[in-house]
Design a protein around this ligand. Structure first.
Ligand code: PAF
Length: 279
């Protein structure tokens, strides 16, 4: 079943049929502008499930910056061609906004606690509540057994795990490794907006993450953070944050006793890039 549906009605019809035939459903939510990183999630999902629902929906509620929403790449024809060439057994759900947010929307927000106040949360107020809202509504529509998310959005993954538990969704959240260009640049839909020169400049993120990993234990997390932040003085990217945090609760790491992750957000021209590395 390689096909595209645009309404909840059509989606339910397809999923009801699949469920009558005892097919397992995997789910890969996306905002389109698909790249090899998405294909990796979809291919893994199709190895582990009978049918993969791929949603392509640029979710307005998670953009705290209007310009970012306007400029977010929308490449549906290219996305469908890419899926057609590389994936099988998928169903694309490409709804309009009012299909996802109907007037009788039953969504009730939950408290995300400190998960919403650290890292991205500090700079993108309301972003994660928007992500939780759309993923909640999509989970309710698709009702998959498993849902697949990339580790590149490390904080998003932690929040999705938290919300799946809080709302009691019986869905396994599967984390997939970040796919990188041979240069080390993390694959992202936003890379489409970078020039070739900017793609080279953006490598400072990957180099800094590797520097932090290589120097773990030689300095305290806060000393190492200061050294790493200095890297950005030399380059052209504008650093928004660089944090070394506990990889489970995302709180600032004081020492190296617990697993840690280094997370970076920086602007390359107008394009905001994020990346992270488990240390
Ligand atoms: O990671 C993304 O692309 C989005 O945040 C998601 C999970 C599809 C929700 O809109």
């Amino acid at each position: 079943m390689e096909m595209i549906v645009k309404t909840v009605f059509e989606l339910q019809k397809m999923l009801d049929e699949a469920k009558i035939n005892s097919k397992s459903i995997g789910f890969v939510p996306t905002m389109g502008a698909l790249h090899a990183g998405h294909l990796q999630l979809i291919q893994r999902a199709s190895e582990e499930n009978d049918i993969v629902v791929v949603s392509i929906f640029v979710n307005p509620t998670q953009f705290n910056n209007k310009e970012d929403l306007i400029h977010y790449p929308r490449t549906i024809e290219q996305d469908l061609a890419l899926l057609n060439e590389n994936c099988s057994n998928y169903l694309v759900f490409n709804p309009e906004v009012d299909e996802i947010y109907p007037p009788n929307d039953q969504f009730k927000p939950i408290d995300l606690g400190h998960l919403d106040n650290v890292l991205e949360g500090k700079f993108r107020p309301g972003h994660f509540q928007g992500v939780v809202h759309v993923v909640h509504n999509l989970f309710q529509l698709v009702k998959p057994e498993k849902a697949y998310f990339g580790q590149k959005d490390f904080q998003q993954l932690a929040i999705i795990r938290h919300m799946a538990k809080a709302y009691g969704f019986p869905i396994e959240i599967v984390a997939c490794d970040t796919l990188r260009e041979p240069s080390g640049l993390a694959m992202s839909s936003r890379n489409m907006r970078l020039s070739e020169e900017q793609k080279v400049e953006a490598l400072i993120i990957w180099k800094t993450l590797n520097f932090v990993k290589a120097n773990k234990l030689t300095l305290s997390p806060s000393e190492l953070k200061n050294r790493a932040v200095d890297f950005f003085e030399k380059g052209t990217l504008k650093l928004e944050y660089l944090e070394i945090v506990n990889s489970e609760n995302l709180l600032e790491a004081d020492d190296w006793k617990k697993p840690t992750v280094c997370c970076i957000a920086a602007f390359c021209g107008q394009v905001r890039l994020i990346d992270n590395l488990l240390l």
